[in-house]
Unconditional design. Structure first.
Length: 236
C-alpha cells in the first residue's frame, strides 16, 4: 500500500512598511499631476472665452441704466389757483396784491425767471404783450395742459414784423399781442381757441379771467422752467 504525502500550503504575509509608504506617495503624486492638468485645461478654456467676448464687443447686459430722482417742490395756493413749483421759486408778497400774484425763480440769489398771474385784473402795460406764446388748454382735472415748448419769437410770423411796437396777431388760432421789436425773452399763456386773456370756468361754476406772464432775464433764454410750472397750474 502506498501512502500519498500530504502537501503543506504555506501563506506568506508581507508586512513591510516601507513598501506601503512608497505606494501611497506614488498615488498622491499621480493625483497631483491630474489636478494640475485639469487646472491648466480650465484656465485655457477661461482665457479663450474671455478673448472671444472681447472680440464680440460689450454685452447688452452692461448697457447704461437711466437713474431717476425726485425734485423738491413747493405748492402755492390762492383762492383762484394752485401752482406747484421747484423750491427755487418764491412768492414775492411786496410785489403782489389780492388779484396779482408774483413769483421769482432764484439761482444763487439771482433771478432767473418771473411769473406774474393776474386774476380779474388788467395786466401792467409791460405785461400786455410778449415776444412768445405758450398755448394751452384746460383739462377736465382743472390743470392747464400746455404745449411741449414755448413758441419762437412772434416777429417771425407777425405781418408787420419790420414795424416798431406791438401788433395783434393770431398764432395757432390764438389772438396774441406780439411785442415784435423786443429782444428780451417774455411769454404769455394763450388759451386754445381764445386769447391770452383766458376766461376759464372755475369748479364753483363762476368764470374768472387769468392772464399769465413770464419773463426770463437770464442769459439762458429758455422757457423750460415756465412750461414745467404751467403743467402744475390748477384752476380753483
Amino acid at each position: 500500500m502506498k501512502f500519498r504525502r500530504k502537501s503543506r500550503i504555506r501563506y506568506y504575509y508581507d508586512f513591510n512598511p516601507n513598501r506601503k509608504g512608497k505606494a501611497a506617495t506614488a498615488a498622491i503624486a499621480v493625483v497631483g499631476v491630474i489636478v494640475i492638468v485639469i487646472g491648466l485645461v480650465f484656465a485655457a478654456i477661461w482665457f479663450d472665452a474671455k478673448r472671444l467676448a472681447q472680440q464680440a464687443g460689450p454685452s447688452k447686459a452692461t448697457a447704461p441704466k437711466t437713474l431717476s430722482y425726485e425734485v423738491e417742490t413747493d405748492t402755492f395756493t390762492t383762492k383762484y389757483f394752485e401752482m406747484e413749483t421747484p423750491v427755487s421759486w418764491e412768492f414775492i408778497e411786496k410785489s403782489s396784491s389780492p388779484n396779482k400774484f408774483v413769483y421769482y425763480n432764484f439761482r444763487h440769489k439771482l433771478v432767473r425767471g418771473t411769473i406774474t398771474v393776474y386774476v380779474n385784473q388788467p395786466p401792467a402795460p409791460e405785461h400786455q404783450r410778449a415776444t412768445r406764446l405758450l398755448t394751452a388748454r384746460v383739462g377736465v382735472d382743472g390743470f392747464l395742459k400746455p404745449d411741449l415748448d414755448v413758441s419762437d419769437h412772434c416777429n417771425k410770423v407777425a405781418p408787420g414784423k419790420n414795424r416798431v411796437g406791438g401788433e395783434d396777431i393770431k398764432f395757432k388760432g390764438i389772438a396774441f399781442p406780439c411785442d415784435n421789436d423786443a429782444t428780451w425773452y417774455s411769454a404769455l399763456v394763450g388759451l386754445d381757441g381764445g386769447s391770452t386773456a383766458m376766461n376759464i370756468k372755475r369748479p364753483d361754476g363762476t368764470t374768472a379771467q387769468y392772464i399769465i406772464y413770464y419773463t426770463n432775464p437770464s442769459a439762458e433764454m429758455s422757457g423750460t422752467d415756465f412750461v414745467e410750472v404751467m403743467r402744475k397750474f390748477k384752476i380753483l
